[in-house]
Design a binder for this molecule. Sequence first.
Ligand code: NAP
Length: 478
Amino acid sequence: MVTEKSAIFIIFGGSGDLAHRKLYPSLFRLYKSGILKDHFAVIGTARRPWSDDYFRETVITSLEDYFEDDKKIMEEFAKHFFYQSHDVNDSEHYIALKNLAAKLDDQFETGHNRVYYMAIAPRFFGTVAEHINSEGLKTDGYNRLVIEKPFGRDLDSACELNGNISKAFPEDDIYRIDHYLGKEMIQDIPHIRANNPVFEKALNNQYVSNVQVTLAESLGVEDRGGYYETAGVLRDMVQNHIMQIIGAVASDDPKATDAKIIHKDKTNLFNSLKVLTAEQVDTDFVRGQYDTDKLGDQKAYRQEDNVAEDSEIETFTAGRIEFESDRWSGVPFYVRSGKRMPAKSSRIDIVFNEKVADLGIKANTVVTLLIEPEDGNSILINGINYKESGQDFIKFPEEEEFDSAREAYESLIIDILSGNRVHFTLWDELRSTWKYIDSIRERWDSQTPDFPNYLSGTMGPDAAEMLLERDGNSWAWD
Ligand SMILES: NC(=O)c1ccc[n+]([C@@H]2O[C@H](COP(=O)([O-])OP(=O)(O)OC[C@H]3O[C@@H](n4cnc5c(N)ncnc54)[C@H](OP(=O)(O)O)[C@@H]3O)[C@@H](O)[C@H]2O)c1
C-alpha cells in the first residue's frame, strides 16, 4: 500500500542541471505513484529572477525528456512548484523563503515538514545551512538537510564543511547523497547476503581470493571539464561510490536493519582500511589520463573545454585496497574507475579460491553483481546468469527479484521523506575514507605524471593489468 508523504522541498539551485535532470523527474515518479499527492510543494530558489509560471514551464520541459505522459498530469504536478529568487549570501532572502514556505504549508497542509536540498555548488553548503538556522526557517515538523557530493576535497576541507553544517543541523537530520546507495543492486546486497547462508559463509578471507569493483564509463568529461579539473577520478569515484560499494559487500552484519548498526558496521570496516605509505602508493595505485582514440577521432582530456593543456588530473585509476580485520585481512580489494573505457559498466566481481569447494561452491568461482548498465537485479556466476549456472548457492530472495526497478534518486527521496538514513553516508565513514584517499593524493601531488597514458576506448594504462598480475590475479571484466 502506498502511503502519501507530506513535505515542502526547498531546493537551493532549483534552476540548475541536477534539479532538472534528476530531482524533478524523480519527484514526478513519486507523484505518479501516489507517494506525493496533495500535501507537498516545491520551492525552487536561485539568483535568476524567474516567475512561478516560467519555473513550472522549465519543470514540465525537463519531464518531457523522460516521460510520455499526458501533459495534463505534468501541469497538475507543476502546480505544486513555486519559485523564489534568492542569493545564498543574502539574509533577507531567507526571510522571504521562510514566509513563502509558511504560506504553502497552510495551503498544502504539509505538516510543517521541510526538506532543504542543496543542489548548488559545494562552497555554498555551509552558508545555506547556517542561514537556515540563524534566520529561523526550521519548524516544529521535521527539518532534513540533503547534501550532494562532493563532500570536501580532502579530509581538512571535509572537516571544515562538516563543522559548518553540524553547527546548524544535528547529524541525524543530515542526508549526504551517494547516489550509488540508491541503486537497486546495492540496496539488494544485504538481502542477498542475508538470504544465502552458504554465500555469506564464504564471504571472508578463508574463501575469497580477491574482490574487484569496477565503475567504468565510456564517455569523457563532456561539458564538466571545469569541475573535473578540481576533482579527478580518485576523489570523484573512489572516495565515495567505490568505498560505499565495498561497504555493502564487506560489512559484518548484513541482517542488520537498524541504521545505526549498519553505519557502525561500515565505519568499523573503513576504520580498518590499511592506509598506504608513499612507497605503497607507487606500487598499489595506478593513475591514467585519456588520450585520443586509436584513429585520432576523439578529444584527449587535455583538449577538452575548461581543461588545462598540461593538466595532471587523472581520469582513470586502479588500486589495491586492503583491510586489517579478522574477516578481510589478506584479501586484496582491487578497484578501478575511468572515463573513456570501452563500455559503461558498474560491477562487483567476487573471486573465490579453491578452498571454497569445502562449502560446495565450485573452486575458483567468480560471482558478479551487476550494478549497471542493467537496471535492477542481475547476478552472474562465472559469467552466466546465476539461474543457468548449475550452482545454487546464491539466488535473489523472491521478493527482490520482482521488484520494479526504481531510479536511484527516486528511492533516495522516499528514504528522506521516511526518515530512513540507511542509504546515506555518515560523517564517521567519510572521515576514514578521506584519510585513506589523502595518502594517495599527497603522494601523487608530489610527482609529475606521464600523461596522457591511455587511449580512449581502452581499459586504461597497462599498469592496471600488471597490478593484478603481480599477485597472480586478473580482472574478471577485461
Ligand atoms: N549535475 C549533476 O549531474 C550532479 C551530479 C552529482 C552531484 N552534483 C552536485 O549538485 C550540485 C549542483 O550541480 P549542478 O550541476 O546542478 O550545478 P548548476 O547547473 O551549475 O546549478 C547551480 C545552481 O546554483 C544556483 N546558484 C549559483 N550561485 C548562486 C547563489 N550565489 N545563490 C543562489 N543560487 C545560486 C544557480 O542558479 P543562478 O545562477 O540563477 O543563481 C543554479 O540553479 C553541485 O554540488 C554538484 O557537485 C551534480
